[in-house]
Design a protein around this ligand. Structure first.
Ligand SMILES: Cc1cc2nc3c(=O)[nH]c(=O)nc-3n(C[C@H](O)[C@H](O)[C@H](O)COP(=O)(O)OP(=O)(O)OC[C@H]3O[C@@H](n4cnc5c(N)ncnc54)[C@H](O)[C@@H]3O)c2cc1C
Length: 454
């Protein structure tokens, strides 16, 4: 008698960015059956609420814009920020995948991508964030992927069917336990892919691994409870970079919306509640900026920008949401700005006098009224550490050997941002998700049809 309720070739746990790409790429091999087990599309995935910015070096979009980039240059930039040389092979592997899946999304799935020339970010030596033309963000990206999954004859997408554990025999994974219509099912699989994101919504795991993020604003989804990481660890898998997370320093307290991270690169000014500058605005990635703001006595700061910057920054879903929420206002003069943000007028006037708005296209001189301003604070969006994987996405045992039939990607795998929040470069989250999904799915499409069931 079969030890399983039913069997598939590939069982993917998690139907977000990594899981959907894995399923689509594996299912290109028409003889394979693929099942995606998703905890809850109603609660959603981080990819869906993300900005949907895809970092990729060497795309046709960049070539058309005359930008000289490559996967190797992209990898160099990431490693320079993260300092995690041990992860270099993995970083190179996902950077190699990035231009391919960006062009696949655009050319085969019809996702309306463009190169974000107005999306400068810290550490990126050339513009390489790709996003949808209307700047709808991750919701549109996930919609594109889910539509493609719906039309694939050999993929079953099972919503409200969380994975609850792994099945294994003699150290090799044989399938996954899922909760389906209130009953636990044993699903046999030749390959199990853990794509259930990280653990930012799990307060115990967060306290254990990222204590400095505890109590900070959480801007991710409630489904990221680290389930898959715990199952891997129970099987003896190694973990890496568990203390790393994607932080943010431009969350508007009281509203929970974010400001466009391009603002500092357009020349915006950041002041503390004393009205004084405390950091070089353009030198920080938004994750690192989160750390710096967290270290302020009140954990708050004020970002100030002018009309010129505003027009560019408004080209983003983040800013549209912030505007709708009333998260920032335009102030006619110093007195109005100082009063609205409770800043000491004299100190603020002096800071404004000394400040020059320098952007990537030059020095625009001092800021002049009317000026926009918003109070900002720090928060955590997603964790970046997880199960150790090799360059094909195989999960590695703590001893370094592969755990047969087990793969992980996205937030469930050890990320590419090094051991701390400061190592995150914009686009790393979706790069680790789509990149590993692409690699794992392609690998399974090629290897499974020719391998015997083990
Ligand atoms: C607000 C915000 C903005 C961001 N912006 C960007 C950006 O612009 N660019 C970028 O690169 N990164 C960004 N990120 C990070 C990025 O969204 C994540 O790194 C990425 O989505 C991770 O992909 P994933 O597939 O691992 O997880 P997700 O996309 O979160 O998908 C995981 C899925 O697994 C499901 N799941 C969880 N547990 C189980 C279980 N037990 N059984 C079955 N299913 C389960 C969840 O319901 C979810 O659908 C952002 C994150 C946030 C929160």
């Amino acid at each position: 008698m079969s030890p399983f309720d039913y069997e598939v070739d590939v069982a993917v746990v998690g139907g977000g960015a990594c899981g959907l790409v894995t399923a689509l790429r594996a299912a290109r091999s028409p003889g394979l059956t693929v099942a995606v087990f998703e905890k809850s599309t109603r609660e959603g995935c981080n990819a869906q609420i993300s900005s949907g910015s895809l970092a990729a070096g060497g795309t046709r979009f960049q070539r058309a814009a005359g930008i000289d980039d490559s996967p190797a240059r992209h990898a160099r930039d990431i490693l320079a920020v993260s300092g995690d040389t041990e992860a270099a092979p993995l970083v190179h592997a996902v950077c190699e995948a990035a231009p391919r899946y960006v062009e696949w999304l655009a050319d085969e799935l019809g996702h309306p991508l463009e190169l974000g020339l107005d999306m400068a970010r810290s550490g990126q030596s050339v513009p390489r964030l790709h996003t949808d033309v209307g700047r709808g963000g991750g919701a549109l990206l996930v919609r594109t992927l889910r539509r493609a999954v719906e039309t694939a004859a050999n993929i079953a997408f099972l919503d409200a069917t969380p994975g609850t554990g792994l099945l294994s025999e003699d150290g090799r994974v044989t399938g996954v336990l899922v909760r389906e219509n209130g009953r636990t099912r044993r699903v046999g699989a030749r390959a199990v892919v853990l794509a259930a994101d990280g653990f930012a919504a799990n307060t115990e795991m967060l306290a254990e691994h990222c204590p400095d993020a505890c109590g900070a604003f959480y801007g991710g989804v409630g489904t990221s409870t680290g389930d898959a990481i715990s199952w891997g660890v129970a099987l003896g898998a190694g973990t890496r970079n568990m203390s790393a997370y994607l932080g943010h320093g431009m969350i508007v307290p009281g509203h929970g919306t974010r400001l466009n991270p391009v603002l500092p690169f357009l020349g915006a000014l950041l002041v503390g509640s004393d009205g004084r500058r405390f950091a070089d605005e353009r030198a920080q990635g938004y994750s690192r900026l989160g750390r710096i703001i967290a270290a302020r006595p009140d954990g708050r700061a004020v970002l100030i920008w002018d009309d010129r910057m505003h027009d560019t920054a408004m080209n983003s879903e983040l800013m549209r949401q912030s505007q709708e929420a009333g998260a920032f206002r335009r102030h006619p003069d110093l007195a109005a700005l100082a009063t609205a943000l409770a800043l000491p007028a004299e100190a603020l006037a002096e800071t404004l006098r000394m400040f020059r708005a320098v952007s990537s296209d030059g020095d625009h001189g001092p800021l002049s009224f009317p000026l926009y301003a918003a109070r900002v604070t720090h928060g955590i969006l997603a964790t970046q550490g997880g199960l150790t994987v090799d360059t094909t996405g195989h999960v590695l045992h703590a001893s370094g050997r592969r755990i047969p039939n087990l793969y992980a990607g996205g937030g469930s795998a050890a990320g590419i941002s090094g051991p701390s929040t400061e190592g995150y470069m914009s686009g790393n989250g979706l790069l680790a998700a789509l990149g590993l999904g692409w690699i794992i799915g392609n690998h399974l499409a090629v290897t499974l049809p020719h391998s015997a069931r083990t």
